[in-house]
Ligand binder design. Structure first.
Ligand code: 13P
Ligand code: SF4
Length: 307
């Protein structure tokens, strides 16, 4: 296994050089994928890196909406998603048609904010986009007092506890994060009384109220590295534990639930990355008409930056 990985890694690295490619990986990727990436980060960090790279090819080790966002920001690059089935189920919980219909039912003056976990078509129908790292800051930047937030009802609910604006929710959710239950946190707190509990804002409200910190995946990595805390109960997808342990060897990270796995993220493997670079597939390219509209929403988010 070790030998075949070593050979695979050598082939990936040499082909990456030949293609002038950069490998970007989300914090939930398999450990061996994170280890060969040029950059590992959260949705916002990945978008920022994709926007400024001078590589010709971006190999996106994440899910489809992340590759689309890279294509929106860097239309001249070839964006490769090593497995075309790596889609985010939550992003598929709203279509552009459904959003248009919902907008037509709302009074004028309501702004539409879409979570970056959405299709390019949905972004094209939205006023501004946000990630979990800047959602509250994005909402606060808007003049409107009423916001339609799509598609994650739990992130939307979390935002509503941090702002005076009225947030109209869409009934989307993340299958992975809803597996984390309040009981997991209460049991683990008893076993690890010194530990801090950090959860992702995609968790259910009853989980969020039990947490010490509510952070994006990038925010969690920063918190783990910069705080004095020695033990953290991690309320998000368990792939991030690899990075947390690697960057903080003296600290202890306890998954809130071993069931918090995003199967679509795990579709990307060393084999699929090599295949992707060999065949230059699967290319993700947003049609220009949609891209230009979606870019307005994404650019506003990028200007706001991290929360
Ligand atoms: P982050 O932007 O915090 O990395 O989250 C992305 C995601 O898909 C969480 O499930
Ligand atoms: Fe989508 Fe949830 Fe997977 Fe994140 S963890 S990519 S929101 S399904």
């Amino acid at each position: 296994m070790e030998d075949s990985n070593t050979k695979l890694i050598q082939e990936i690295l040499s082909l990456k050089k030949r293609r002038n490619a950069i490998i970007l990986a989300h914090n939930y990727q398999l450990g061996e994928v994170q280890d060969i990436a040029d950059f590992v980060g959260d949705s916002l960090g990945l978008s920022q890196t994709a926007a400024k790279t001078d590589a010709n090819v971006i190999v996106f080790c994440g899910v489809h909406f992340m590759a689309e966002t890279a294509s929106i920001l860097s239309p001249d690059k070839i964006v490769l998603l090593p497995d075309i089935h790596a889609g985010c189920p939550m992003a598929n919980m709203i279509t552009a048609e459904e959003l248009r219909q919902r907008k037509s039912e709302l009074p004028p003056g309501v702004s539409v904010v879409c979570y970056v976990n959405s299709s390019a078509e949905v972004k094209a129908e939205s006023d501004v986009c946000c990630t979990s790292a800047n959602a509250v800051k994005v909402i606060e930047s808007l003049e409107a007092d009423e916001i339609l937030f799509v598609p994650d009802q739990y992130l939307g609910h979390y935002i509503s506890t941090k702002t005076d604006k009225k947030i109209i929710l869409w009934p989307g959710f993340c299958h992975t994060h809803i597996r984390i239950q309040p009981q997991h946190l209460t049991n683990l707190r008893q076993e690890h009384p010194q530990a801090k509990v950090v959860v992702h804002p995609e968790c259910r409200p009853e989980v969020i109220t039990l947490a010490d910190e509510v952070l994006s995946t990038g925010g969690l990595c920063k918190y783990a590295a910069s705080s004095e805390v020695k033990e953290i109960i991690v309320g998000t997808e368990i792939g991030i534990i690899h990075r947390l342990r690697k960057e903080n060897p003296g600290k202890k990270f306890i998954p809130a639930s071993e069931q918090a796995v995003c199967p679509r993220m795990k579709l990307i493997t060393l084999e699929s990355i090599l295949w992707s670079l060999q065949e230059m597939t699967t290319q993700v390219k947003v049609p220009e008409e949609i891209r230009l509209k979606a870019k307005v929403a994404v650019d506003k988010m990028m200007e706001i930056g991290r929360g």
